[in-house]
Design a binder for this molecule. Structure first.
Ligand code: 5GP
Ligand code: ZN
Length: 114
């Protein structure tokens, strides 16, 4: 997707503050962090929203969680705890239409979320 911000990060046209990358995912620090640790984990395949998932995406969605687990360990938030969030469409506040997992930690998150 040539007009997708996150696809441009995957292609290297835009260089984010990368914290982790493998063949399936790219992870980088959010430009507007909402917690001391706020990292976005994205699949290298363009999928617009959770509504666009099909069974063929099962592996890539699992890879997002495996990356979150590893990054949380690296960031020192695995023990204290963290939250993963994926927003879908307007009511959840999705603004970038390439599926991404927010990895948030370093403070108490509170519940319920806003
Ligand atoms: P959403 O609201 O779609 O769930 O999350 C999009 C996230 O992307 C927001 O937290 C926003 O701060 C982040 N974001 C938007 N543009 C950029 C950018 O150019 N670089 C980085 N690193 N994050 C961005
Ligand atoms: Zn994309």
């Amino acid at each position: 997707m040539s007009d997708c911000l996150f696809c441009k990060m995957i292609s290297g046209d835009i260089q984010p503050d990368t914290v982790y990358e493998d063949e399936h995912v790219l992870a980088f620090r959010d430009i507007n962090p909402q917690a001391p640790t706020h990292i976005l984990i994205i699949p290298k395949e363009h999928i617009s929203t959770l509504n666009d998932l099909d069974p063929g995406h099962a592996n890539i969605m699992g890879q997002l969680y495996l990356a979150a687990r590893k990054i949380a360990e690296d960031e020192g938030i695995a023990g204290p705890g963290y939250r993963t969030v994926t927003n879908c469409n307007a009511d959840a506040g999705q603004t970038v239409f390439h599926i991404h997992m927010h990895l948030l930690g370093g403070r108490n998150m509170g519940w319920p979320p806003g």
